[in-house]
Design a protein around this ligand. Structure first.
Ligand code: HEM
Length: 114
């Protein structure tokens, strides 16, 4: 199994709002080899807010398949927030400050017993 995380830096105070956009699925569950996804809010940062989007896959090829799929493209069509605009129609300044991808091999995994 592999865990691929995308760490998204956003302006202070905007983390929870950006996280809400992940509540409605854009279809990742249908992707072959997908195991689970979590959106993590990093606590105790001073300068900015940070979300880690953690995705677990059976193997690397499954993750790459999703990244190259229409599902991924659709989920990221408005990733910066610029396209959303404001009530008066002016483009909105993005709250996104950057993002970084990390890939991890799962070496040990345990789960609570039922
Ligand atoms: C510049 C890089 C990226 C940014 C700023 C970004 C940001 C976002 C945002 C804001 C959404 C919510 C979509 C919406 O509001 O419609 C989203 C969806 C998502 N992103 Fe990214 N993303 C980036 C790249 C990636 C990468 C490389 C991954 C791989 C781990 C990833 C994982 C996800 C997942 C799992 C979803 C939800 C998909 C679903 O529900 O089907 N993102 N991303």
């Amino acid at each position: 199994m592999i865990v691929v995380t995308n760490t998204i830096k956003v302006k202070k105070g905007h983390g929870e709002t950006v996280a809400q956009r992940f509540q409605s699925s854009k279809g990742i569950e249908q992707s072959p080899g997908f195991v689970r996804m979590e959106v993590l809010f990093t606590e105790n940062l001073e300068e900015h807010d940070e979300l880690k989007v953690s995705t677990t896959w059976t193997d690397k090829a499954s993750f790459e398949g999703w990244v190259n799929s229409d599902s991924f493209r659709q989920a990221h069509a408005h990733r910066g927030g610029q396209a959303s605009g404001t009530a008066d129609g002016k483009p909105q300044e993005s709250v996104m400050l950057g993002s970084q991808l990390s890939t991890h091999r799962v070496l040990v995994s345990r789960q609570a017993v039922e």
